[in-house]
Design a protein around this ligand. Sequence first.
Ligand SMILES: Cc1ncc(COP(=O)(O)O)c(C=O)c1O
Length: 396
Amino acid sequence: MTLSKNVMKVQPSATLATSAKTKEMIANGIDVINLAIGEPDFVTPDYIQTAAIEAIRSGKTSFYTPAGGLPELKTAIGQRIAVETGVHYDNKQIIATTGAKFALYLIFEVILNPGDEVLLPAPFWVSYAEQVNLTGGTPISVATTGAGHKVTVADLEKARSAKTQALVLNSPQNPSGLIYTAAELTAIGNWAVAHDILLISDEIYSNLVYNGNQFTSMVGLSEAICKNTLLVTGVSKTYAMTGWRMGYVLGDPAIIKAMTTVASHATGNPTTVSQYATIAALTGDQQDTEDMRQAFEQRLNLLFPKIQSLPGFELTEKPQGAFYLFPNVKRAVALCGYATTEAFVDGLLEEAHVAVVPGRAFGQPDHIRISYANDQASLLAAYQRLADFIQTKSNQ
Ligand SMILES: Cc1ncc(COP(=O)(O)O)c(C=O)c1O
């Protein structure tokens, strides 16, 4: 029995591996502070929970729905996206999926032929490259020269080949927290249109934006860019709904139709109760979302200067969105006597009991990802442990 070539190219998720090790240590009674988390630490707001319970009680969640989601869900998605981006999509241009992660997988499944290349500006979210591998394409890591890890048209042009099929752009970005400006997005969007390269715009953190920074959606820039873009997003981060598994894509109806066909054979519809919960999330009062956003903003403002001040940590640009810091720790790794970032991260977890994710999985091995999806007291305690760890190690 041999596994498929595509599967053999794929690495297990580094974030999930760190998280499994952390959970095992916690289960063994060790007081680990987990800053490797990729999800909000808040519980799904009450009004969404209540709507889901009512939907279950009514009996309507017992059944299949259309594979791409209930028409009323698509309408709610279209209305919310119109409010947030100014672009109107009809239901034929919308698919609801089992999380944005599966939405991205479906996109690669329907657009890629063997050898087709997908450009991934580094750092990039861990799953993009592996999903491209799984669906027979070739992920191309693009070195970024713009301020704070942003990709420029010149960077993209260097990476473009006759096989380039798509570009994945993520703003606000996981792991750097940076947001592309309208001017930067317009330049990239026009470049993609000019070269007939499909733009996959992952905007899942679009509502987690801090300190007066502005988020711009790729689809609101021009009609030509919008037509050439698949907008990928979902409820996981905005509404603290990671466990409900609900994402969605808006864009070209032919691609949406193909994705729906694949989904109909792969998963069938996303879980029915999650669809009703999402309708409630999208159409309800958005105050809970705002409260969570403010809590993240306070945590960012608390933690950023502290992480910046750590010896050997380089973090020049302040993140504007999402809930991560992505410092370059090359000098700290050397200072502490480690040969690799991975060994530093292991030492930090085993000796100082702080979990973070090594940057290699995001295409930048000299960095680590620190999540601030944790309460302020834990963030301060984690900072102190980090500072003590570096001091002890560098004196050894
Ligand atoms: C950049 C990015 N895109 C997509 C996802 C997938 O989100 P979900 O599958 O929970 O909707 C995540 C989750 O961590 C993410 O960080």
